[in-house]
Write a protein that binds this ligand. Structure first.
Ligand code: GLN
Length: 191
């Protein structure tokens, strides 16, 4: 049995917990404090609002403990705002939050709420079937360092990447019925 945490301060954490609950051998738990953080074998950072999540991470004294666990090898997957939290650089002048992954992220890269959209693509590393892609005020990855593997691009923009045990997507698999990305995180990243 693997315990998979979902950072549960703001955003689409309930949706992640629900999908994880459908996967055999997985015990999903919401993470809101250091005690629960210590119990997890991997953690998902959900979509939402990265500025708010970054502030709440500090308010709940979770920013440094989470950063330390990721730097010591905790498998982590950021979806949308979660990816923004992971990035070492945010395009523009914004300071990073966790700042652990060698990517430059561009917030709201596709535009505002009205420019949210759904697409689908095959991501060979993850599944042979098309995966639905939900973008909500989504970022894209502007730049990846050499140690980062690009998993998927859409119209020339990087939307999924992996660096060691860190996984980043600019879209929201938790807002679909498709389990393949969660399964990939569990099978290939947490192991
Ligand atoms: N636009 C949000 C941000 O910058 C991310 C949106 C999302 O997670 N759907 O934090």
């Amino acid at each position: 049995m693997k315990t998979v945490g979902v950072l549960a301060l703001q955003g689409s954490f309930r949706e992640h917990l629900k999908l994880l609950g459908q996967i055999e051998g997985i015990h999903p738990i919401p993470v809101k404090n250091v005690q629960t953080l210590q119990q997890v074998d991997g953690i998902i950072l959900p979509g939402g609002e990265s500025t708010t999540q970054g502030k709440l991470l500090k308010d709940f004294s979770l920013l440094e403990p989470l950063k330390e666990r990721i730097l010591s090898g905790l498998p982590v997957w950021g979806t949308c705002a979660g990816t923004i939290l992971l990035a070492k650089q945010i395009a523009g002048d914004e300071p990073p939050h966790l700042g652990v992954m060698d990517i430059t992220i561009r917030r709201n890269a596709y535009g505002g709420q009205l420019d949210s959209f759904i697409d689908e693509t095959i991501i060979p590393a993850v599944s042979a079937q098309k995966i639905p892609l939900v973008f909500i005020r989504a970022p894209w990855i502007d730049k990846t360092e050499d140690n980062v593997k690009v998993l998927a691009s859409l119209n020339g923009k990087v939307i999924a990447a992996k660096q060691g045990q860190m996984l980043a997507t600019s879209f929201h698999p938790e807002l679909t019925y498709d389990l393949s990305f969660h399964q990939y995180f569990i099978d290939q990243i947490i192991k």
